[in-house]
Design a protein around this ligand. Sequence first.
Ligand code: MG
Ligand code: ZN
Length: 362
Amino acid sequence: MKKYILLFTISFITILLSNSCSTHKDSSTSYNISPKPSNVILMIGDGMSTPQVYAAILTSENATSFERFPITGLAKTYSKSHKITDSAAGGTAIATGHKTNNGMIGMDSDSIPVPSILEILSEKGMKTGVVATSYITHATPASFVAKNINRNNYEEIAMDFAKSDKVNLLIGGGRKHFTERKDGTNLIEQMVSEGWNYYDTLTNINENDKIMILASDGHLPSCPSRGNFLPDASVLALEKLNKSEKGFFLMIEGSQIDFAAHNNDSTYLVDEMHDFDNTINKVLDFAEKDGNTLVIVTADHETGGLTMIDPNGRYTETYFRFSTGSHSPLLVPVFAFGPGSENFSGIMENTDIIKTILKIME
Ligand code: MG
Ligand code: ZN
C-alpha cells in the first residue's frame, strides 16, 4: 500500500513539475511566423519514402540534395478511405489539406471541391506553376488544379486545367488529353485563343506568363532517355515565375519514381531518384541565392515496399528488395529549407504540410 502511495505521490509531483514547465510556453507559438517567405516551392517525389532516398544516397558519389536540408520531419500518408493511399488522395491531402478517398482529385471525402494551395496563393496575387514528368493531368499535378471524383477522367481534368485562371505555368506530358478528346475540342487551340502560350519543348520560350509546355502525348520518357528535362523545366519555371512581384508558388513532381517502383525496377528507380536529386539541387541553389524561398520536399506515399538487405546476412552488401508491386503505408520524409522551415520537424499528418505553409504565408 505504501508503495502505491509513494508512486502516486511521485507521479503527482511529476504532473506538477511538468505543468510548471509548460506554463513558460505560450500556446500561440506553435508556428514560427517570421520571417515570411516570398516564394514557396513544393516538391513531391511520387512513391518516395526513406528507402528511395537512401537508394539515391547509396548510389551517389557526392552528398545528395537531401543532405542539404537543415530540417527533416515525417508524414503519415493514410487516406480517408484506405490504410494505404493512392496518388489521388495523397496528392489531394498535400495540395488541399483534406484527407479524401482514394481515387478522388481536389475534393474532400463528401465529394465537395476544396481549394488547393496553388489556388489560395494565386488569389493572394502570387504566380503559380506546376511541373511534372507524367501527364500533367495525372493524379499528383491534377490535385493542385482540377476537381474530379475519379482520377481517370483525364479529359475532364484537362478541361479543368484549360478553364483555370489560377495557374500561370504548366510543364509536363499528357498532350493527348487536350487534343484527342471524345468531345472533339482541341483544348490547346482553345487555350491559345484565350491567351496561353503553347510549346512542345523547353526551348525558345520568350513569354513570361501563361506558358504551357506539353512535351509528350503521354508521360514523358523515363530516365535516362528523358535527359535533363525535369531539372531544365524546373530552372525555366523558376526563371519565369521569379519575375512576379508578389512571389510565386511552384509544385515540382518527380513523377516516375513511383512508376519505377511499381515495376520493381531498381535501375529505373535509381535513375529517377538521381534526376529528382539533381532537380532539388537546382531548386536549393535558387533558394539559397534568393534567401526568401521556402522549399519543401515530400512524397505522397511509398511505392514498392522497398528495402535493402544483405541476402547472406553478413551486413556487407546492400541489395535492393521490393516487397510489393503496389504502394505501402510507410511514413514519408518532409525536408524543409528556408524561411519557416523550422515548422516542419516531427511526425505530422500529410494534411499538416499545406496547413503549416498557409499559416506561415498569412
Ligand atoms: Mg504522381
Ligand atoms: Zn503508384
